[in-house]
Write a protein that binds this ligand. Structure first.
Ligand code: SAH
Length: 238
């Protein structure tokens, strides 16, 4: 199946066994991917469903549903303070690594207040990265909120905040392989303020280390998600 091209569609585009393609999708399939009527591709709805489909002209026919096994067995919500640079990369890499939801937050040391168009851009990047990684789900990218709103809204049983300084236990030693839902927060270039760490602890977050070196704001989520997937897939893969 790996050789087939994949495109994301909205569930509302499907009626019976036909997918009505938007102009943009038709352009992408025929001009960019150079598919012709009769060629097959994979349509994914970003919510866990994939279908083997056959291109007609302005629509495609669903031939059969496909099973995908590329998702982690647990949900991961990444709360990430918007960095000055590199948020596109955070969205892309986190999606490749299996994140479920990204909550961008404005923290005490966040320097930028992003324009609303950015959200659309991040969602597009997540969709492309999910296609590239053959994921069944396109992660949800929420609109940016204040740090305190994000941490108090969080209901997951396992909550962690990454802190580059201080003597906190390594994330690897505390993250549980049987977790069903994990929330993990990483800070901006300037790091979290003491007040933010205290608030997070008060909201049930455990401060953790990702090792003895100070990682960049873009690297920290990659390391945290890599550790989670290694621990989770080690069990699932046995
Ligand atoms: N300028 C800050 C570091 C910011 S690094 C300082 O000098 O302290 C950006 C974010 O990445 C941090 O807020 C933290 O969430 C995460 N991070 C980086 N290195 C880390 C490490 N070794 N352990 C845990 N979190 C880390």
């Amino acid at each position: 199946m790996a050789q087939l091209q994949r495109i994301a569609i909205a569930p509302s585009q499907i009626q019976a066994n036909l997918i009505t393609l938007t102009q943009e999708q038709q352009h992408y399939l025929t001009r960019v991917l150079r598919l012709r009527p009769g060629d097959r591709f994979i349509a994914m709805d970003g919510q866990g469903k994939w279908w083997l489909s056959q291109l007609q002209i302005e629509q495609a026919e669903i031939l059969e549903p496909l099973t995908v096994e590329t998702e982690l067995s647990l949900g991961i919500n990444l709360i990430v303070a918007l960095p000055k640079n590199g948020f596109d990369d955070i969205v892309r890499y986190s999606t490749e690594l299996g994140v479920t939801c990204i909550t961008p937050v404005l923290s005490d040391r966040t320097l930028l207040n992003p324009s609303p168009q950015k959200l659309e851009r991040w969602r597009r990047i997540a969709t492309e990265a999910a296609e590239q990684s053959e994921r069944a789900f396109v992660p949800t990218i929420l609109a940016p909120v204040a740090f305190n709103t994000a941490i108090t809204a969080s209901t997951a049983t396992h909550r962690y905040i990454c802190e580059a300084r201080g003597h906190y236990p390594h994330f690897h030693s505390v993250v549980k392989s049987d977790s069903r839902e994990i929330v993990i927060a990483t800070g901006p270039e300037g790091g979290w303020t003491e007040a933010e760490i205290e608030n997070a602890i008060a909201s049930g977050f455990q401060p953790v280390s990702l090792g003895r070196r100070i990682l960049r704001a873009v690297t920290a989520p990659v390391v945290a998600l890599t550790l989670i997937s290694a621990i989770s897939e080690n069990i699932v893969g046995e």
